[in-house]
Design a protein around this ligand. Structure first.
Ligand code: SF4
Length: 330
C-alpha cells in the first residue's frame, strides 16, 4: 500500500517512527530534513500522486490545537480542532484537501505527546467550561488508525480530562481501538454519510453505508455515544428520494437514545480550492452545479440549499428531537 516512506531526520529514532516503518518492510526509505520539502512544492499533480501516495513521517512543532472556524460545532464552546495527519487514504471527489494541498502524500506527525500536552493545557485553562476538540479535520480520524494508533493514544488522554470532549469524525470502520476500550462519556464517534448512490459515485475507497451503520451499531452496543454528520449535503437530481432512504436506513437501525448529535452542512469550499479542484476534475457534475460566492466560499445556491435543508430537517426530526440537531455553516 505504501511504497515510499520519507522520514524526517529529527524523528528517525522515535519509537513510533520505528513502529510505523516496521509495518511496511518493503517500502523504500528516504531521509529528509523537513517534510515540507517533499509535501509543499507547488508543481505536483495531486491526482497523479493519489494513485500511489508516499508516507511522510514528521514532527509537528507548533499549532497542535487550533480554533475551529465559526459555525463548526455541536452545541459546546469553545471548539478546537487538531490533525495528527494531513491527507486521507480515501478519495472523495468533494474533499477540500485536494484544493488545500499540492501533494496527495500522507503526512503523519509522530509526536502525539505534544498534541496531548496542548489539549490538556487548554482543558485545564478552561476547567469551568466544556471545550470540544475535533479530530478528523485534515484527514479521516480512524482510516489509518491500524498504522498510527493515534486515537488509541488520545482515548487515554481524554479519560483523564473529563471536562473536555473529543469528537472522532470518520467514514471508517476501523473501530477496533474503541471496541477494545471502556466507553468514555466525553467522547463521540461521529460518522459522516451521504446517500448510497452519491457515495458509490463520489467517495472512492470509503466503506459502504451499510458497513458504517454496522460499525455504529457495534459501538452503541458497547456503550459509546455516536454522532451523525450529513456534511456536505448536495442537492443533486432526485436528492429527496436518496436522502429519505438514507435516513430511514440509518435511524431505523440505531438506538436514538445514544445518538449524541446530528449535524447538517451544505456544500461549501474556499473559492481558490474550488478552482483548483475543478481543474483536476473538469467533467465532474458536482463542480458544475449552480453555485454562489458567499464570503469567499463557493456554495450551493442559497435557494437550493434552503429547500434541501427544510426537506432533510423534516425527515431527521421524525427520528430525533430538535435539541440534537445542529447546522454547520460557513
Ligand atoms: S473521508 Fe473525509 S478526509 Fe477523507 S477523502 Fe473523504 S472527505 Fe476527504
Amino acid at each position: 500500500m505504501v511504497a515510499t516512506i520519507y522520514i524526517e531526520g529529527q524523528i528517525a529514532d522515535h519509537p513510533r517512527t520505528e513502529d510505523i516503518i516496521r509495518r511496511f518492510p518493503k517500502a523504500e526509505r528516504i531521509m529528509c530534513e523537513r517534510y515540507s520539502q517533499v509535501f509543499n512544492p507547488k508543481a505536483q499533480n495531486f491526482r497523479a500522486q493519489k494513485q500511489n501516495p508516499a508516507l511522510i513521517l514528521a514532527k509537528k512543532h507548533k499549532g497542535f490545537v487550533l480554533p475551529t472556524p465559526p459555525g463548526y460545532g455541536v452545541g459546546g464552546q469553545p471548539n478546537y480542532y487538531f490533525s495528527h495527519m494531513l491527507n486521507c487514504i480515501y478519495d472523495c471527489r468533494y474533499c477540500f484537501l485536494q484544493g488545500m494541498y499540492s501533494s496527495a502524500h500522507y503526512v503523519v506527525f509522530v509526536n502525539y505527546e505534544d498534541f496531548a500536552s496542548e489539549i490538556i493545557e487548554y482543558a485545564e485553562q478552561q476547567k469551568d467550561e466544556s471545550p470540544w476538540f475535533f479530530s478528523g479535520y485534515d484527514c479521516d480520524s480512524l482510516a489509518f488508525e491500524p498504522v498510527t494508533g493515534f486515537i488509541n493514544h488520545m482515548l487515554n488522554v481524554f479519560s483523564e480530562i473529563p471536562n473536555a470532549h473529543l469528537e472522532i469524525r470518520t467514514k471508517s470502520t476501523q473501530i477496533r481501538c474503541l471496541l477494545n476500550s471502556k466507553p468514555l462519556s466525553n467522547v463521540v464517534v461521529a460518522f459522516s454519510f451521504t446517500p448510497d448512490d452519491f457515495s458509490r459515485r463520489l467517495e472512492f475507497g470509503v466503506p459502504a453505508v451499510d458497513k458504517r451503520i454496522m460499525a455504529m451499531q457495534q459501538l452503541q452496543q458497547q456503550g459509546w455515544s455516536v454522532g451523525l454528520r450529513f456534511d456536505p449535503m448536495i442537492s443533486y437530481h432526485n436528492y429527496q428520494h436518496s436522502y429519505r432512504a438514507l435516513f430511514e436506513k440509518i435511524f431505523s437501525r440505531l438506538d436514538s437514545e445514544t445518538i449524541h448529535s446530528v449535524s447538517m452542512g451544505g456544500f461549501r469550499m474556499p473559492k481558490n480550492f474550488f478552482k483548483k479542484i475543478k481543474k483536476l476534475y473538469p467533467e465532474e457534475p458536482l463542480y458544475n452545479l449552480a453555485m454562489e460566492d458567499i464570503q469567499g466560499m463557493r456554495c450551493l445556491s442559497v435557494s437550493a440549499e434552503q429547500d434541501m435543508f427544510e426537506f432533510c430537517k423534516k425527515q431527521i426530526l421524525s427520528w430525533i428531537p430538535e435539541t440534537k440537531l445542529y447546522y454547520c455553516d460557513i
